[in-house]
Design a protein around this ligand. Sequence first.
Ligand code: IPM
Ligand code: MN
Length: 372
Amino acid sequence: MQLRVTSLPGDGIGPEVIQQARRVLEQVAGGFGHTLELDEKEIGGAALTKFGHPLPDGTIQACLASQAVLLGAVGGPAFDHHPREIRPEAGLLRLRQALGAYANLRPAVFYPVLRESSPLREDVVRGTDILIVRELLGGLYFGQPRSIEGANGSREAVNTMRYGEAEIDRIARIGFALARKRRKKLVSVDKSNVLECSRLWREVVTRVGSEFPDVLLSHMYVDSAAMALVLKPTEFDVVLTENMFGDILSDQAGGVVGSLGLLASASIGGPVGLYEPVHGSAPDIAGRGIANPLGAILSVALMLRHTFQLPREAECVETAVMSALGGGLRTRDLARAGERTVTTEEIGWQIAEFVRQAAKTGGPSDRVSVSV
Ligand code: IPM
Ligand code: MN
């Protein structure tokens, strides 16, 4: 089949990890007989530098004309003092909006082969398989009004957390539908003891939940959920939450399973899916060839599964990642003291090579359950 993808490497380690993700995607296309049409465009700081805008029209048009978007990361210290509308992050938020990508899926899975990488005891973290379903187009990120106003010394800043019933309803449906395909447990995370938005959230989620009687629904306050995520990560299946809470809890989930560098994400709900690693641009290690490309490569697997409905190809990528880790390849973030580390390029090449071999022999032999 035809795979029309726009790649947006962006800033920091974005280009390095996307280069490896592309290499894997190209190998999948070649090995499984698909035609890949890959267009590369600018976003974030890279776009600001070239065009003076974090999301140029050409980028939006290319994304809307493709079936899926593969994004690296945006942001960097050079832009930290820019006004909000011309920060790299504004480009990403506008892209999410333009694509109508309201449902952000962030799987966090503990791989036994990486047991030494998690800071948690193995008996605590073993078996962790969480899917964070983060609402992506509402809440504090987009609510109006927002401002910083007043004279220096007495300025006031305002952000608005706003949610409408329809917005909560549609993300809840995604969460329940996904829970149905997994272990049928959904925890909705809110702060309904303090926030109106959360009270409405809980009410609407409960109402939607009544249409999914086979899914066990519970509610947690976000502070208590943050603690439980560290104390008993295995108790979670699907975590459904609003934009800001989901941003915070997903980084925490990355820490729980060993490295944020492993986490992939899919932002769906609109006509074009957006796939990106959860880690950011990591300017401190950019350009050194040491970034972990697994989050980006596993985002390709999510793309193959969700946008292209190619589960065999998705599994092949996931199995290749497992084989690389199983063979002892570790980027710096995953390595223990004294352990040999590999570069971004080395691990990317090896994974692409595993994909090539698996495709030749008719796909992966053993199933790896990292599916969402
Ligand atoms: C993420 C990132 C983004 C977010 C930033 C870069 C705007 O932290 O995808 O988690 O906050 O959503
Ligand atoms: Mn984040």
